[in-house]
Design a protein around this ligand. Sequence first.
Ligand code: FAD
Length: 342
Amino acid sequence: MSRILIVGAGLTGSLCAYLLRKELPGKLQLVIWDKAKGAGGRMSTSRCPSDPNCTVDLGAQYITVTPDYARKHKTFHDDLLAHGICKPLSAVVEGMVMKDGSRNLVTPQGISSIVKHYLKQSGADVFYEHHVTQINLQGGKWQVCRRSGSPENFDAVVLTMPVPQILQLQGDIAKLIKESQRQQLETVSYSSRYALGLFYEAGTQIDVPWAAKYITDNPCIRFICIDNKKRNVESSGIGPSIVVHTSVPFGIKHLEEEKEVVQPLILKELSTILSHLPQPIDIKCQKWRYSQVTEAFPGCPGQIPLHTEPLLLCGGDGFTHSNFDGCTESALRIVEMLASRL
Ligand code: FAD
């Protein structure tokens, strides 16, 4: 049985594992390593430290289904709707620009529930706080090293993290990437922004006429969302939560600063937009150094092989585009390649 390592428990990694299980049942031992403490990657749902029932989506907010992808990925969307993981967005989002025929889906349990749904069905052994640092060739297998703990060997490896993080990996992988491939990988770029999650006590009223709003006239803040209102889950025992996304220029300007320095700047701007906000019980500040893809890998191939014998692939939104369907497309291309080689 081939032992496959998927690096990254985000949407691409979890979908790869789910699809591989469906495509090659009983043929593979699937292992997923992620450096984070939990599943989701940029589809992360964060818990309030003092009330774990109160959550906020710090990265992706909704799944926007275009007419093309509604046809192409219908089985994926239908499956998420049938399992109650997604439902149509019904709340008011001010300033949202929708292309003709597109629709939005929200996740009542938070956006990371999509990733958890796929992980659960994949049967993969998932390990968190496993930060991959080096990949070496050893006796026809990949020896994968992590920041702490022993290295392990795999027959094939799939990398799904943002491209700059792939290029940071040490060991043989650094020498195996062909110069022409490296140059193309270096063209992949991402926007940067901060996200602030504000958690409130149960019973707190956030008095605004929308669930989310795009802000166009503020240098710092681009998007504000009353998260539970967006997801259409207002439970009396659970406090509301708000997520604030900064603009990309603000994110880039403050990229190398500490979160402790940036958080008060965002809060100050927020108070100029919403002057009567109550006091939160907790705040989380997230720096998205690699937020959304601004320039994808040339030709958007979904995946590229860095090595064929043994197989080492990389994929993720850097090889398509930054949304649910971009990651799905990448996962499908990765699985196609693996299935043809294993
Ligand atoms: P990731 O989610 O980045 O997953 C990669 C994983 O690899 C991470 O979990 C990371 O911890 C792990 N990793 C990295 N390096 C290592 C290492 N060395 N060792 C081990 N693990 C490692 N998309 C939408 O569809 N709708 C939206 O509304 C939307 N809004 C967004 C808003 C923001 C602020 C952001 C940041 C993103 C948004 N996106 C949205 C984009 C969407 O979140 C991404 O396209 C998608 O989550 C990418 O998934 P992925 O699995 O390819 O990568």
